[in-house]
Design a binder for this molecule. Sequence first.
Ligand code: ZN
Length: 241
Amino acid sequence: MKTSLLACTMLFCPVAFAAPPHWEYSGEAGPAQWARLTPEFGQCDGSNQSPVNLSDLVKAELAPLQFHYQVGGKSLVNNGHTVQVNYAPGSTLELDGMPFELTQFHFHAPSENLIEGRSYPLEGHLVHANDKGELAVVAVMFEPGQANPALSQAWQTLPTKAGEIHAFKEPISAASLLPANRDYYRFSGSLTTPPCSEGVRWLVMKQPVQVSQAQIDAFKAVMHHPNNRPVQPLNGRLVLQ
Ligand SMILES: [Zn+2]
């Protein structure tokens, strides 16, 4: 959107192409107001929103997740709401008989989703899209412990200011962020940031991965504030396990 705004400014094109409004994690542009900031954020008031407290878990025969990840993390960007690793094409998750391509992964502190009421200090979101533009997010919970080697590599030089981007000298692997045990919970939800688009397939890994307190602190220092949206009501949705 920012690119199109720039192009529009130069061509004096109409206001309709302006960038979406600013939103925040607290205050007047905080989560409770997102749906009212602009019509395009209207889905933030929807009934199938994320994150959620994963509870009343329903036993199901969930198919094993098939990750086909390459080493493809190419750059790290601070977009003002999170720190995100942009991923090169070619890494996929096979889900519901379709390939979903990994496009980026990013983090929230504290965790956005809760597992049976439990919050974690950090949650990673690996965002995938299929060729119809449908999204699948794999969420990984982090618990305090040993320093995480994948994060040590990815966060070597954390971009401290919004808009700052660093290219990696060596590409980063997303596979090393995944827990050894691939059991997961599944539910249907949304993006956890505006425009809060629904129809997102959520896959939350059951086994947490370790992260050091210093790594959590480094991420929080760059964000300056918590970047988790509060949990949203399930409204009758089932969480499968
Ligand atoms: Zn996220």
